[in-house]
Design a protein around this ligand. Structure first.
Ligand code: NDP
Length: 395
């Protein structure tokens, strides 16, 4: 019997809720979010099969009070990275397992980093509870792909390129596929990748490459810093080069450029009619909600890992990837593929904790667990994966 509390009734959170409802592991599902109306709409969409609560998870005492009332075995954090630490504090105070899909980021500094959450390891261990970090797609499935490759095909992994292409079209002049604030903070920061045992830093979006995405074709992808690079470097010390590439349309980049040039992506407060406002927060209010994009979304996503390493001293390269169609995810759950590819792995991570497949006390990244059970679950819940042999790694 497993009761879960899912915090955050946004685009990806809704997918987690709907997928949990389809799996018998989750016997009672509670959903709490900042805006109660969102919870009510979701309850309606779920035929009243969930329990809902208004909660500002920035307030640890309020979260503790709710957890004490409903006594969940696990909190699935589908709110924003800003809430990670306050929710982890509530888990410690109530002896509840924790899981999320994005690492902590302070609201007033555009910097994400695992160290803040890794620092909770001893406290979680002492309480004999688990925190599973980054159980979305990237981070999440990408880390699991790499772990699976290391368990299955390689003695040692040397080079990895994580490739992420959304070849879909939502029909809006400019929109982000997940929370606009978090998305724009991620894309406008400096690029960073691992080479020769150190981080290489580059100006934002300054390096691009044409990548031949399977089942999509050639696209221009940009080198970004993405959070799984930090944990993968830690857990796979043999890695010599590790990079993350994401595609953006010309249209997206032109809009982003203009918005940046006029200061709309800034997180420094400005005075507007006597009130302090943060331009990026204001911009988020103007942009389409990522949860409302799916009805006209056409096309597909392709996210995968190109992995080069050695087996019995022989070099080889594998590409593991998933294709997800926006039209299919809309039809199934009224969600676009980016929310779907985030929410499904979150449900799977939660399932593996609750049915005791993945156990442990402390704070863990997903690649620290055995990958096979997760890989087995992916196709059963709508995310089939494929593997192909490549002749050589990306240059
Ligand atoms: P949304 O903005 O659609 O949803 C976020 C939800 O969290 C909203 O409903 C929001 O409430 C709620 N929320 C925000 N602050 C609080 C708070 N203080 N207390 C309670 N609820 C709060 O974002 P997404 O669903 O697109 O993204 C959710 C998370 O998933 C993000 O952390 C994002 O980084 C992560 N993500 C991870 C990916 C991966 O592959 N690993 C990919 C994509 C996203 P309100 O309705 O009031 O705004």
């Amino acid at each position: 019997m497993s009761t879960v509390l899912i915090i955050g009734a946004g685009a990806a959170g809704q997918v987690v809720v709907k997928k949990c409802l389809l799996d018998p592991t989750f016997t009672t599902i509670h959903v709490a979010s900042r805006t109660y109306r969102r919870c009510e709409e979701l309850k309606e969409a779920c035929n009243h099969k969930i329990h809902i609560h208004q909660l500002d998870a920035d307030n640890t005492d309020d979260t503790i009070a709710l957890v004490k009332k409903i006594n969940p075995a696990l909190i699935i954090n589908m709110a924003l990275p800003y809430q990670d630490l306050s929710i982890m504090d509530a888990c410690l105070k109530t002896n509840t397992h924790y899981m999320d899909t994005a690492n902590y980021e302070p609201k007033d500094t555009a910097k994400f980093c695992y160290q803040w959450q890794w620092d909770y390891h001893e406290a979680f261990k002492k309480q004999n509870i688990m925190a599973l970090l980054g159980s979305g797609f990237d981070p999440g499935v990408t880390n699991v792909f790499i772990k699976y490759a290391s368990e299955t095909w390689f003695d040692e992994i040397e080079h990895i390129d994580i490739i992420d292409c959304n070849d879909g079209d939502h029909g809006h002049p400019f929109a982000t596929n997940f929370n606009p604030e978090i998305n724009i903070r991620e894309v406008t920061q400096k690029g960073k990748y691992w080479k020769n045992n150190e981080w290489q830093i580059i100006p934002p979006l300054s390096v691009s490459k044409t990548i031949n995405f399977p089942e999509i074709g050639k696209k221009t992808a940009y080198l970004l810093y993405h959070e799984e690079l930090e944990s993968l470097v830690k857990h796979f010390p043999s890695i010599k080069q590790l990079r993350f590439w994401m595609t953006f349309s010309e249209n997206y980049l032109t809009h982003l450029n203009v918005l940046e040039n006029v200061g709309m992506t800034s997180i420094t407060p400005i005075k507007f009619k006597g009130t302090d406002i943060i331009p990026l927060e204001f911009l988020k209010e103007l942009l389409p909600n990522p949860g409302d994009l799916s009805s006209n979304y056409k096309g597909k996503t392709c996210i995968g890992c190109i992995i080069t390493g050695k087996k019995n001293n022989q070099k080889k390269t594998k590409l593991l990837y998933n294709i997800c169609h926006h039209e299919d995810t809309h039809k199934e759950l009224n969600a676009q593929a980016v929310s779907y590819t985030t929410g499904v792995p979150a449900m799977i991570g939660a399932k593996l904790i609750l049915n005791n497949t993945w156990t442990g006390a402390g704070v863990f990244n997903i690649e620290q667990f055995n990958a096979k059970p997760f890989m087995d679950e992916l196709p059963k819940h709508g995310l089939p994966w494929k593997v192909i042999d490549l002749n050589e790694p990306l240059d």
